[in-house]
Ligand binder design. Sequence first.
Ligand SMILES: [Zn+2]
Length: 141
Amino acid sequence: MNKKLCPCQSKRSYIDCCEKYHLGKKKPQNAKDLMRSRFCAYALSLSDYIIKTSHPKNACFQKDLKTLKEDILRFCKDTSFENLEILDFIEEKEKAFVTFIAYLKAAKKDLTFTEISHFEKQNGKWLYKDGQLFEGIRRDL
Ligand SMILES: [Zn+2]
């Protein structure tokens, strides 16, 4: 069977890691797992999962769904998702913050960025609300 490593860099196999979230069999228990599964979904071009796990107030929904989906798929296709490093994770009752470095490349160009992601819980489900992005590797945030 497919024992390839999960693109979220957990060092576990995909079937033991993010697949259950992507298939909707289970929901991530915390925002950190959701963040990992979203990174993984980008790496696997699973645009529906990205959309489904975004908060309705996320700015991405200013576009119509078809355009949004096309944009996500284009980004996924043009980008290689090389590594993920989680630096910090703060969880409160209804909101959470995950600071991470996403190591990305597109057409040999380094697109690595650091982000402080903001998540909110809605009906028991963690959703990606928005994020503060910083170019390159930032460990001083
Ligand atoms: Zn994973």
